[in-house]
Design a protein around this ligand. Structure first.
Ligand SMILES: NC(=O)c1ccc[n+]([C@@H]2O[C@H](COP(=O)([O-])OP(=O)(O)OC[C@H]3O[C@@H](n4cnc5c(N)ncnc54)[C@H](O)[C@@H]3O)[C@@H](O)[C@H]2O)c1
Length: 342
């Protein structure tokens, strides 16, 4: 079989002789992931990409070499089927080690239970020791494996402790679900106490930052890992009377995108979920808070589905993002809001 100019890079890479000729003429390209990206292009199409910067004389010499050999198929695979068939990721969590913060209740507990049920070893992190231990007991009751670490996610030493405890117990971290968070007291911005503002930012934003900071240094050494941050619909648009909370969750979106960009070539994916209203301790506390403060926001969110989400409906998305089935997702800000932001 002889080469003609309609052959794609993928086809050339599929045969021993032509792959060797490509390696001889384009040694700086052949092992680059971007070269494989060009597998559907012909050599002329490749040379037309300005960044490739392939001089005409090198292209000519390469084509001449290719034309002079008789190319034989190396394997039973056909040339068109050989290149670019990436393995499809698995939804399984068997053997994975996953840290879940804020796992004493709500979205965190539902996620910890689901992840453990599908095979992950879960580090349950929360500052509420009693309820955190209860989550661990529930994990074990359903036949799962895990440990509990009591920690305040806004404190650097506590965060390092849950990272180290996980490594000590299981030797690796496949995924961190950075989920602990608190709601702001509803009020106009001018009435937010400085101390309260600091607390919201420290737990919701700094807590996420610290978790990422210490998990990423482990994951970078491993060469793999996944981080899921809990932002909120307030991470992508404002909610009335929740300016500090809105700012903290916009910050979580920013950290997610920044880290996704920095670690995309290091085998680490970073994504965020944005719940709308979920039936958890946070939403349960709102009516009482409004009653006690005597304050009513001028606007309320429109729960278009006529109900809150169940925490398990968020856990399903977390399990997907923590699995290899989401292997092409990083920097994704996933709305799970029942249409709230439409
Ligand atoms: N419930 C909602 O409607 C909603 C909507 C959008 C985003 N969220 C976010 O989802 C996440 C989980 O909240 P939830 O709704 O499950 O509420 P939740 O109150 O049921 O759970 C939050 C958990 O975080 C823990 N926690 C709080 N501060 C902590 C700290 N400093 N250190 C360690 N643990 C701490 C709490 O003890 C609790 O177990 C939060 O980040 C929240 O902002 C919730």
């Amino acid at each position: 079989m002889s080469y003609n100019e309609k052959w794609t890079i993928g086809e050339l890479l599929a045969y021993e002789q032509s792959a060797a000729i490509l390696a001889k003429h384009l040694p700086e390209f052949v092992n680059e992931p971007t070269f494989k990206m060009a597998s559907m292009h012909t050599l002329d199409q490749l040379a037309a990409i300005p960044q490739v910067n392939l001089p005409k004389d090198r292209l000519g010499a390469l084509k001449a070499d290719l034309a002079s050999v008789n190319i034989v198929q190396a394997s039973s695979q056909s040339a068109s089927a050989a290149p670019m068939t990436a393995p499809v990721g698995s939804l399984s969590h068997a053997g994975k080690v996953i840290i879940v913060t804020g796992a004493a209740g709500g979205i965190g507990r539902a996620s910890a239970l689901l992840l453990a049920a599908v095979g992950a070893k879960v580090t349950v992190v929360d500052f509420n020791e009693e309820a955190g231990q209860e989550t661990l007991r529930m994990i074990k009751e359903q036949g799962g494996e895990g440990i509990f670490v009591q920690a305040d996610v806004s404190k650097s030493a506590d965060v390092q402790r849950y990272i180290e405890a996980t490594l000590e117990a299981h030797g690796k971290i496949d995924c961190l679900f950075n989920n602990a968070g608190i709601i702001q007291n509803f009020s106009l911005l001018q009435d937010i106490d400085e101390e309260h503002f600091d607390r919201i930012i420290n737990v919701n934003l700094k807590g996420v930052f610290l978790g990422m900071k210490f998990a990423l240094s482990v994951m970078e050494k491993q060469g793999y890992g996944s981080i899921i941050n809990t932002a909120s619909t307030t991470g992508v648009r404002a909610e009335h009377s929740l300016a500090a909370y809105t700012a903290s969750k916009h910050g979580v979106v920013g950290l997610t995108k920044g880290a996704a960009l920095e670690y995309v070539k290091k085998g680490i994916r970073v994504n965020a979920i944005c719940p709308g209203g979920v039936a958890t301790g946070i939403t349960a506390s709102v009516p009482q808070q409004l009653q006690e403060s005597g304050y009513l926001p001028e606007e309320f969110p429109n729960m278009r589905m006529g109900r809150y989400a169940e925490p398990e409906e968020l856990a399903n998305v977390v399990a997907f993002l923590a699995s290899d089935a989401s292997s092409y997702m990083t920097g994704s800000i996933i709305l799970v809001d029942g249409g709230l932001t439409l």
